[in-house]
Design a protein around this ligand. Structure first.
Ligand SMILES: [Zn+2]
Ligand SMILES: [Zn+2]
Length: 350
């Protein structure tokens, strides 16, 4: 089980510096499992790894070289000491955030915002590889109803499901989503499955708008560069405004439009990566009692069980969200495809 394996490896600091390397492999240690990787999803964070963006450099610099890839599925083929042997042969998806279990947030049941988070594919070897060894607490068994490519994007889907279900949820709500890449579209699919009363989607990329219109039952898909998002929401809600606004865009213009589109007492859920300083009209939020829910990562148990349930019941089909697949050896082409931002999910297959 300690066969050597190929993995896309960040070799050194700086832009690029990625290559497909042969690694010696190792048996799982105490509390670890070894996987044969089935498929791995690529996201904007992987592009930041490629570009060596400062927040990524801060996490990864001390761990190089490291096999990248943090969204993946596979089959357990060996378990280390102390791990339930029943896991051998299990089909699994991988949570990417590893909490310490000891800090204040962890002790309060908020391991997803642990003060000492480690990340698979950043702090230790990840899933753009034929094999991976991971701590067992990151392993989420998946039912047979979920195929291996869908399982590979369960990590972002569970975040999307959390975004839809957080706070007042989406059932019976008038919902606005700004930013419709894979996460925005998956969130829209959950909002529909939960029974949103109305749904308006805003996205600047034309290919993504076409995909959003095809994959999601919505009232409107608008280009915020040329169309009035607030007016589109007013049209969909008889002038009342959105109850819930979810932002993935990270854009100041989306913050302005989203807050203006919300009804009094409405709820903003923010998941974007924003410029270091953005402007929010806090007084207006106070006077209209707009609540703000920043969301980082998945609730480590509940978001996963909700996401797996939505897929296992076939209420949502994620197959159309995967718009390109590449062999591991063609990882450079996969990074280029992801950078084009004109599809949704890019998946690597070892
Ligand atoms: Zn990701
Ligand atoms: Zn912690």
């Amino acid at each position: 089980v300690a066969d050597s394996f190929l993995g896309v490896t960040k070799m050194a600091a700086g832009r690029g510096a990625l290559s497909l390397e042969q690694h010696p492999g190792r048996p799982p240690g105490p509390g670890e499992v070894a996987l044969r990787v089935a498929a791995a999803g690529m996201c904007g964070t992987d592009l930041a790894v490629y570009d060596w963006a400062p927040p990524i450099a801060a996490v990864m610099a001390d761990h190089l070289p490291v096999v990248v890839g943090h969204e993946f599925s596979g089959t357990v083929d060996a378990v280390g000491p102390g791990v339930d042997p029943a896991l051998e042969g299990a089909r699994v998806a991988i949570e990417s955030h590893r909490p310490c279990g000891a800090c204040r947030a962890c002790r309060a049941g908020k391991g997803h915002v642990c003060a000492n988070l480690e990340y698979v594919g950043f702090s230790f070897d990840g899933g753009f590889a034929e094999r991976a060894v991971v701590p067992v607490e990151l392993v989420r068994p998946v039912p047979d109803a979920i195929d291996e490519v869908t399982a590979a994007i369960l990590e972002p889907f569970a975040l999307a499901a959390r975004a839809a279900d957080e706070g007042a949820g989406c059932a019976g709500q008038a919902v606005l989503i700004t930013g419709c890449g894979a996460l925005g579209i998956m969130t829209a699919l959950v909002a529909t499955a939960r029974g949103a009363r109305s749904l308006v989607l805003a996205e600047t990329d034309p290919v993504r708008r076409t995909l959003a219109a095809r994959l999601v039952e919505s009232d409107a898909v608008v280009d915020p560069a040329v169309a009035d998002v607030v007016a589109a929401v007013a049209d969909a809600t008889a002038g009342e405004g959105a109850d819930v606004w979810i932002d993935y865009s990270g854009a100041q213009s989306a913050l302005d439009a989203g807050l203006a589109a919300l009804t009094n007492g409405g709820e903003a859920r923010t998941l974007g990566i924003y410029a270091p300083r953005v402007t929010l009209d806090l007084t207006r939020m106070v006077l209209r009692e707009i609540s703000l829910r920043p969301i980082h990562g998945r609730l480590l148990e509940r978001s996963w069980s909700n996401a797996i349930e939505l897929l296992a019941d076939r209420r949502i089909d994620l197959a159309p969200v995967v718009t390109a697949q590449f062999d591991l050896a063609d990882f450079e082409a996969a990074f280029s495809a992801a950078r084009e931002r004109d599809g949704l999910k890019v998946v690597l297959r070892p």
